[in-house]
Design a protein around this ligand. Sequence first.
Ligand code: IMP
Ligand code: MG
Length: 175
Amino acid sequence: MTGKVKVMISEEQVNLRIKEMAEQISEKYKGKSVHLICILKGSVFFGCELAKRLTVPATLDFMSVSSYGSETVSSGRVRILKDLDESIQGKEVIIIEDIIDSGKTLAYLKDLLIARAPKSLSICTLLDKPDRREINVEVDYVGFVIPDEFVVGYGLDYNQFYRNLPFIGMMEHLS
Ligand code: IMP
Ligand code: MG
């Protein structure tokens, strides 16, 4: 993995935005508790940073899904690799995602989780690439709207690498 990565959103900008999102969510759920569902592996970094800044009680669960297809293009066919450990029935659920691209992963997940009868279901994503949307999904909290570029870092990978970069970067050799 020797490709060059250019900073798109700095670590300071990401952390500042996550703080704002945590404040917004804490205000919305004042007096309640939230159940965060982090979608492995990409949203783990974001999910932890967000959870640390919430002022409402929060529980966490994890789900792993994979979409069949090539590395940079999502095919929309979603497979559950790891399901939730706990029931979400009656809970105020927030799905935590790293990025919404075509919208196919989230559209599938939303339907699947709504069928399990949570009290409410919201979606929170660090990044949104609206230019690439194929299925319209309503997103409640968006960190940054970004152009149609393949990005890495802060949990996002290219061939499983670069997840641990503390900023959001652009893969220069892909564009
Ligand atoms: P969607 O189903 O097309 O919305 O795809 C969402 C998933 O595709 C994300 O959770 C990522 O794993 C992956 N993905 C989409 N765009 C990017 C990107 O720019 N960098 C890294 N992964 C991406
Ligand atoms: Mg992902």
